[in-house]
Design a protein around this ligand. Structure first.
Ligand SMILES: Cc1cc2nc3c(=O)[nH]c(=O)nc-3n(C[C@H](O)[C@H](O)[C@H](O)COP(=O)(O)OP(=O)(O)OC[C@H]3O[C@@H](n4cnc5c(N)ncnc54)[C@H](O)[C@@H]3O)c2cc1C
Length: 437
């Protein structure tokens, strides 16, 4: 993977974000002979999907699907990938987009780094591993995770003690403590915004007390706990390492609520909660698993059957709203629930030892401030035409995946392919017109 790019490099198209949407769009464009630059602000491509355990509705291993796409993009002769690089602004004029990219220092020369990890083994400083949602530890200089692409070490300046151990063992003299942030300007004719999503904080509803209990966790944390190559290799409760015996999922904990600024449905939470409950039932056969929900939105192909299978497996579905979660003795949690099960006695208290909050999906990037792309009232990229879901308000700029709103992987990949077709049609027509004119 070549990482040497300067302002003279002129790709036919630029893709903002190296998640599954960005990678699929890039591959589809590159297969048509177009030169594509993928800019990813993280240390690896793969986005959220590479951190998932398995995927609904097939329960395929997520990294078994994502890693080949990451690898195909990294080895494609028409694709150039910049990681640790953030698209900051786009200025569009006369059919050309001038893109300002911030290249963050990695303190490692990627052309010299061979991914041997000797620096990582020599480093004595550890901090909470963001990829493992803070459950494991990572060295201050490390290859981001096992199947990261690129397999290059990155130094975290916030935690590095500059002791020099890494530089002393590096066989290729790749450590560069004096790297600075750099800005790069690239011109291109088409852009695909595939900047994905973030999740709102687990503390967005203070009544759920995630700030007071380590056992009120985020769904991405459970993805890592369920992953075979996750932080512990099995499901253990974060506060004390106990095997949980009564696990609760609280749905709509960060969405469908005006008061927290996320009035819309995040679309995937019902399905990933059902998936996680099924995986937990397999990993912990004795555990009691309950999903507290308002309504189950099993909208996709095979999803209703998936839901029915979960019920048949013995997962409890309780229709109701969790009003409050109180930490109690021993790290357990008392849930105050209003259910629809018993009309005479709707208020109940139930105790669980691990609670998963379904956080709301929010936009991963706001392009409206620094680019010609407008966002809708929910903050996601506006797609103004009903018949062209990958169009944006700016000619020559397209969008794909969760950048335009919450969606699952199937819809994300379909949309990424559609964005690539729309962008290539735009490019070919523009060039034909230029030749004819
Ligand atoms: C807990 C959980 C479990 C899930 N499980 C499933 C499942 O089992 N099945 C399923 O179908 N779906 C599932 N989903 C949904 C799935 O994760 C998404 O559909 C999919 O990951 C969306 O991919 P994306 O490429 O649109 O976004 P992302 O994965 O968010 O990728 C976007 C990328 O863009 C980068 N980026 C953002 N802004 C910039 C910028 N300015 N410059 C450069 N780079 C930028 C980000 O760093 C990121 O890497 C789950 C979601 C969650 C939260």
């Amino acid at each position: 993977m070549n990482t040497q790019i300067d302002s003279s490099y002129r790709p036919d198209a630029l893709v903002v974000g190296g998640g599954i949407a960005g990678l699929q769009s890039a591959l589809d464009l590159a297969d048509q002979g177009l030169k594509v630059l993928v800019v990813e602000r993280g240390a690896s491509i793969g986005g959220h999907m590479i951190a998932l355990s398995k995927v609904f509705p097939t329960l395929d291993c997520a990294s078994c699907i994502t890693t080949p796409k990451m690898s195909a993009a990294a080895h494609h002769e028409n694709i150039q990938i910049l990681t640790n690089a953030e698209v900051e602004a786009i200025e569009s004029r006369d059919g050309l987009h001038r893109v300002r990219i911030l290249r963050k220092p990695t303190y490692v020369n990627f052309d010299k780094c061979i991914g041997c990890r000797l620096c990582e083994y020599a480093c004595d400083t550890e901090y909470r591993d963001r990829f493992e949602e803070g459950l494991g530890a990572v060295r201050a200089i490390a290859v981001p995770f096992t199947n990261a692409i690129p397999q290059k070490a990155v130094l975290d300046a916030e935690h590095c003690l500059t002791c020099g151990s890494c530089a002393r063992v590096c066989p290729t003299d790749a450590i560069e403590f004096d790297q600075k942030p750099r800005t790069l300007a690239i011109e291109t004719e088409a852009v695909i915004v595939a900047s994905g999503f973030d999740l709102n904080s687990v503390t967005v509803k203070p009544q759920y007390n995630a700030a007071r209990s380590q056992n009120v966790i985020a769904p991405m944390t459970l993805e890592r706990l369920l992953a075979p190559h996750g932080p512990y290799g099995r499901v253990l409760r974060p506060s004390d390492g106990k095997i949980p015996g009564a696990i609760a999922f609280v749905q709509c904990a960060g969405s469908r609520d005006e008061s927290i600024g996320v009035p819309y449905c995040s679309r995937v939470c019902c399905m990933y909660a059902i998936k996680q409950a099924m995986l937990l039932a397999g990993a912990l056969p004795l555990a009691d698993i309950t999903i507290y929900y308002m309504d189950i939105r099993a909208f996709g192909k095979g999803y209703e059957q998936f839901f029915q299978n979960a019920k048949a497996m013995g997962i409890n579905f309780v229709r109701g709203k969790v009003a409050r979660i109180d930490p109690i003795e021993g790290g357990d949690l008392r849930l105050h629930v209003e259910t629809t099960e018993d009309a005479e006695n709707p208020l109940e208290e139930r105790t669980h030892d691990l609670v998963v909050l379904a956080q709301g999906m929010i936009p991963g990037w706001n392009p409206a401030q620094t680019t010609p792309v407008a966002c809708a009232s929910d903050g996601f990229v506006a797609t103004p035409r009903l018949t062209a879901p990958t169009a944006t308000t700016a000619p020559g700029i397209f969008t794909a995946g969760t950048a335009a709103g919450p969606k699952d992987i199937v819809d994300t990949i379909a949309e990424a392919g559609a964005a690539a077709i729309a962008a290539s049609q735009y490019l070919f027509q523009k060039r034909e017109t230029a030749v004819a004119g």
